[in-house]
Write a protein that binds this ligand. Structure first.
Ligand code: M6R
Length: 364
């Protein structure tokens, strides 16, 4: 039931504020992250000396975002591994390793086998899963369910943002349990996370603008998504979303890496979706965007609404609500989902069932 929406994907994009609320609210106690109702003990977070995040596709991209949050906080290595690679890599996993498996369906075979391998290596395992009672949830030592509700569209949207929210709660818990965060810092983190939920509504209000802005994309051969740091990890997800439902070649690039080859592909009118939400690297990212603009790119810039940028940097600016940098991923992800959705609609592609793809990948 699409509840009046033309596609499940659009319905699910709109369900994100509720889904996020359902994932976050029950896990906040006294302003702090709390997994006691999930039965996940604090001990699994205590004293781990490295973290592996194993997942595929969009779930893996959620893991990449999370690495940018956890690694600087914990000062321990966080490795995000594509599950189908991890399985054959002889990974450095032992009883002091926390392995986090992320999966919407809980049935992705590579993620499941990577989890089984981690358990054989005696790792502490934690699954972030949406589908209740799925195989990954059943086999993992600890489970945090995301409460996105059923996701029908092949392109993952709400499952991604709730994975991010669950991972941010895990990050905050890791910080607290290992004395990297004070109670005050952890509470401030949770407040920022909660603020991200209504911010998504502000993007949904811009839907008609986004629909218009993406018109040039539907006739493009190639598109590029660029950013640095957290924005780069978001670019990967933006590009995947566009590829899978519009069949347009989309490449995500770390903005600073463009000039090492890929910038040769930027010619007149090539769409570049530039994400610039991180203050620490803002000046550098803007200078990379200027480089593509100077070569004729059609630049759609996603940046904070109060971030004043020269008009020579973009063709269209999509203003994102102002949040702490770490939390900008939430509104930006939704903007990227709408960019992909409307490009697909403009091209007349079957949005909910793109060719060659299945919702759950149970072959290796
Ligand atoms: O069910 P999972 O989260 O394990 O699925 C992993 C990927 O197949 C999935 O995220 C896929 O990349 C998305 N449907 C793409 O939108």
């Amino acid at each position: 039931q699409k509840n009046g929406f033309p596609h499940f994907m659009l319905k699910e994009i709109h369900e994100q504020p509720d889904a996020l609320h359902n994932t976050v609210a029950p896990r906040i106690k006294d302003g702090l992250p709390d997994f006691s109702s999930d039965g996940v003990p604090d001990d699994i977070f205590r004293g781990c000396n490295k973290i592996y995040i194993i997942a595929c596709g969009t779930a893996m991209h959620a893991g990449m975002v999370c690495k940018t949050m956890i690694e600087p906080l914990m000062r321990i290595p966080v490795t995000v591994s594509i599950a189908s690679e991890f399985r054959y890599e002889d990974p450095l996993v032992d009883e002091n390793t926390l392995v986090i498996a992320i999966s919407q369906s809980g049935e992705t075979i590579d993620t499941l086998e990577a989890l089984r391998l981690s358990r054989r290596c005696h790792a502490r395992t934690l699954a972030v899963v949406n589908v209740k009672g799925s195989t990954i949830a059943r086999e993992c030592d600890n489970v945090i369910y995301t409460h996105a509700g059923p996701e029908i569209a092949v392109a993952s949207t709400k499952a991604y943002t709730v994975q991010l929210a669950a991972l941010y709660l895990i990050g905050c818990k890791l910080g607290l349990v290992n004395a990297k965060y004070t109670l005050k810092q952890a509470r401030a983190f949770i407040v920022s996370l909660q603020k991200a939920i209504p911010a998504i509504g502000r993007i949904l209000e811009q839907e008609n603008t986004i629909k218009k802005v993406v018109e040039p994309l539907s006739s493009a051969q190639d598109t590029f998504f660029i950013g640095r740091g957290l924005d780069y990890t978001l670019s990967l997800e933006g590009a995947l979303k566009l590829k899978e439902i519009s069949y347009i070649h989309a490449e995500a690039y770390a903005a600073g890496e463009l000039k090492h080859g890929t910038i040769a592909l930027i010619t007149d009118g090539v769409p570049v979706i530039a994400i610039a939400t991180q203050k620490r690297v803002m000046a550098k990212t803007l200078s990379n965007i200027r480089e593509v603009k100077a070569r004729g790119a059609y630049v759609i810039l996603l940046t904070k609404e109060n971030n004043v940028t020269d008009q020579d940097v973009y063709d269209v600016q999509l203003p994102l609500p102002e949040l702490d940098d770490m939390f900008m991923v939430f509104p930006a992800a939704v903007a990227l989902q709408l960019i992909a959705y409307y490009t697909s609609v403009n091209k007349g592609v079957d949005v909910d069932k793109p060719r060659n793809l299945a919702k759950s990948v149970t072959v290796e």
